[in-house]
Design a protein around this ligand. Structure first.
Ligand code: ADP
Ligand code: ZN
Ligand code: ZN
Length: 748
């Protein structure tokens, strides 16, 4: 650290670096690198790619990263400024990550300095120390091994930690205890004082996996063997396994083997906060330290995982999207679970797809990549069809569980309260009588999505967005789900002053209320983003389901993500129509994935599950296809439709978005942008727009976009490379906020 001052006194000091030029990624919206002269007195050996430097920039200073050492620059030497300070003795990023980031910057058309800034843990971004606090491993002493947790009825936390440590004779990392009991640190210290536990150095390569109690299914075994045969080279495997088929078991086996071979495994999952179970399961089964990496951690915790991974001191890392860029010293396996999940695509700033980055990384490093899902994206299925990915199937549920039966409830003309048909209510009643759990899915939080004047039809709208305010019963307020603004519930109409205001439509809160009225005494839980906003609330809600305390659970798509609820035998999908008639060309794909994933929560235990889908369009061909023939054939049909329409994956898209508070400015910029692009247009590439975004005003800004459609990916990138840097020269661009989204997932 502070290499500069220390090195300046070193005897090897000389000025031999005077002739070199440093090419540096500096955070700035400008799509290029910046050249600087090295600081005087720092030996050339210390100026390496991946080292952070502080540089003068636009009247201030910024932290940049050295990308290359050159012997000349296009800029005349007397105009070059000097680096102020070298911040690291050793590169904080290895060459492979630097290459990956350079590639990402080109592919996603995002400024290189911003790409580096986006992926660095914030502590590093601000130029701070790279060292992180040590993580210890804990182990039972002989004395402690002689204690039975059941002897400690008055100290449940001590007992819980002893139980965990007993399962791991070679020790577990303290974080694993955190997964069991909050407030574990003082508990461990108490146990240490009693002489029952001791600290040991973590050995990242020890792998004493606790074996599962069952035999692998033949399909699981075959998949593991097939992936093992790939060996240490790049290959992307699409592991398509129905919900509950034991994909996670396959991952665990592969990870175990990777770790035993002295290598690291990186596992991406969609949203870690939503799946504490998944992390706990990994920690329970793998006794090698498992580190997590996601936005819910403190800066220090993130830095610790990052540093440990880079130094090879941890061999299993589970993380969300941003973990795709964690440096690894001994990469051996990449896994992307639920690869179809939209959360892998960053929706602002550096708009990368973590799944695609991982595939690129595997190729670059010669490491196998496993993409797992019960409902693979059409992109990945198409890659499998063309032999770019190898496809492996797990066609049955593991352990003899069967897939749920799926039925449609035609709600046309039926009595319907809070989106609950009488058939669905009867089905729930049956489950209650049998002591089984039900799970209801509705894709809307809040109480009701619409507040309307019964006299004149006025609708409460957001002042900053082209959107309606959602009525929330908790807190008695109206909230905009797009910009987050909130206000008190009005007591009279905004147009005619009448006081007869009513709410229309159904959100999770309303379903809960209707259910509690209908089934007095039933315990009803709710999981949605409003609940999850409270720390620990999700864990509490999930644990109530597992203990059987909750009889009926109502939730949004958060429920779809990988949860395992063995006692749930009924799943109700309250409204399939929204997805059937969505405006985005991906809506039907997403609806299919969602139905299959929610349905997949049913009947994972011994009893078979039932799924009931409410719709006004019971004969919709796609819905029928999904139900009668399953996701694979549904996806095949969708692929044929996409091919016909020339849409991804049979075409490549990019969106140039612009937004500003002045409506005309966005359209003017995009019109000029289009002219620039047209001058470079070749056959096979077309421009659509500019058009206002489907929700034109959001958060007080007007939004519009220009769509670039290319029949082949290569054509798209050729145009973008030639054009986007030119976009920066447009004067009209300075008045708007604009961005490029390559492979957009949401066309808003
Ligand atoms: P997926 O990730 O495909 O949804 P999981 O790996 O979570 O599936 O497995 C679903 C359930 O089946 C889990 O409870 C798991 O413990 C269990 N399971 C997995 N493999 C087997 C097996 N070979 N025999 C019995 N049960 C299994
Ligand atoms: Zn709003
Ligand atoms: Zn009115």
């Amino acid at each position: 650290m502070n290499g500069c001052s220390r090195l300046a006194q070193s005897p090897s000091y000389d000025d031999t670096n005077a002739a070199i030029i440093l090419r540096i990624a500096v955070p700035s919206p400008v799509r290029r690198c910046f050249d600087y002269r090295p600081p005087a007195g720092v030996p050339t050996a210390y100026l390496r790619p991946g080292v952070r430097v502080q540089v003068p920039f636009r009247g201030g200073t910024r932290i940049g990263i050295i990308l290359a050492i050159l012997d000349n620059s296009e800029i005349s030497p007397d105009r070059l400024k000097s680096v102020l300070k070298v911040l690291d003795d050793n590169p904080i990023l290895p060459p492979d990550i630097i290459d990956l980031l350079k590639w990402s910057s080109r592919y996603y058309q995002h400024p290189i300095g911003e790409v580096f800034r986006a992926i660095l843990p914030s502590v590093l971004r601000r130029g701070r120390e790279t060292t992180s606090r040590e993580e210890w491993c804990w182990q039972l002493t002989e004395l402690g091994a002689g204690v039975s947790p059941s002897d400690l009825p008055r100290a449940p936390r001590q007992a819980a930690i002893l139980t965990t440590l007993q399962a791991h004779p070679r020790g577990v990392i303290a974080n694993a205890c955190a997964a069991i009991k909050p407030g574990w640190r003082p508990v461990l210290r108490t146990l240490e004082k009693k002489g029952w536990v001791r600290r040991v150095d973590p050995d990242p390569l020890q792998a004493t996996t606790t074996k599962a109690a069952w035999q692998l299914e033949p399909a699981q075994d075959a998949a593991i063997k097939a992936i093992e045969r790939v060996g240490k080279r790049f290959c992307t495997i699409l592991l398509e396994g129905v919900t509950g088929s034991g994909k996670t078991e396959v991952y665990l086996e592969l990870i175990d083997r990777t770790v035993r071979a002295g290598r690291q495994a990186l596992i991406l999952i969609p949203e870690i906060g939503l799946t504490p179970q998944m992390v706990a399961r990994f920690r329970q089964r793998l006794s090698t330290p498992v580190q997590v990496f996601h936005s819910g951690l403190s800066d220090q915790e993130r830095l610790r995982t990052w540093t440990m991974a880079r130094e090879g001191r941890v061999s299993v890392i589970i993380g969300t999207r941003s973990a795709a860029f964690i440096p690894l010293s001994k990469p051996g396996l990449f896994i992307v679970d639920e690869e179809h999940d939209i959360s892998y695509k960053q929706q602002d700033g550096f708009r990368y797809s973590a799944r695609d980055i991982i595939v690129m990384r595997g190729r670059q490093l010669g490491v196998p990549v496993v993409l797992g899902s019960a409902t693979p994206s059409l992109e990945s299925l198409n890659n499998a069809v063309h032999g770019r990915y190898r496809q492996l199937l797990l066609p049955k549920r593991a352990g003899g569980a069967s897939l749920p039966a799926v039925d449609i409830i035609d709600v046309r003309g039926r009595a319907f309260e809070a989106s609950l048909s009488d058939s669905l209510l009867h089905a729930i009643e049956d489950r209650l009588a049998r002591g089984e759990q039900s799970l209801l899915f509705i894709n809307r939080r809040g109480y009701a999505p619409l507040m309307i004047c019964h006299e004149c039809g006025w609708i409460a709208a957001c002042a900053h967005c082209d959107a309606r305010m959602v009525y929330h019963r908790s807190g008695e307020c109206l909230r905009c789900h797009h910009c987050g603004s909130e206000r008190a519930v009005p007591n009279h109409c905004g147009a005619c002053d009448n006081t007869d205001l009513r709410v229309l439509g159904t959100g999770t809160q309303r379903v809960v209320k209707a259910l509690s009225k209908h089934f007095t005494g039933a315990r009803i839980g709710r999981i949605d983003r409003d609940i999850v906003a409270h720390r620990g609330a999700l864990e509490a809600a999930l644990s109530k389901i597992h203990t059987g305390e909750t009889h009926i659970l109502v939730g949004t798509q958060m429920l779809t993500k990988g949860h395992h609820f063995p006692a749930v035998t009924l799943v109700g999908i309250l409204d399939a129509d929204q997805g059937l008639f969505g405006s985005d060309f991906r809506s039907t794909e997403r609806l299919g994935q969602l139905i299959v994933q929610v349905a997949g929560r049913a009947g994972r235990g011994a009893r078979r599950g039932t799924v009931l889908i409410q719709t006004h369009h019971p004969t919709h061909p796609l819905l029928q296809l999904l139900i009668t023939e399953g996701y694979r054939n549904f996806a095949k049909t969708l692929l044929a439709e996409r091919a016909e329409a020339g849409l991804p994956p049979y075409a490549a898209l990019a969106l140039v978005r612009a937004e500003t508070i002045a409506r005309e400015a966005t359209l003017e910029f995009l019109a000029e942008a289009k002219q620039q692009a047209q001058a470079r247009l070749v056959d096979g590439v077309a421009l659509f727009g500019p058009v206002p975004a489907p929700m034109e005003r959001r958060g007080g800004r007007y939004r519009a976009h220009l769509l670039v459609h290319a029949q082949q990916r290569g054509l798209l990138h050729r145009l973008l490379h030639a054009w986007i840097p030119q976009l920066e020269t447009l004067k009209s661009g300075r008045r708007v906020r604009w961005s490029v989204d390559v492979d957009p997932q949401v066309m808003l």
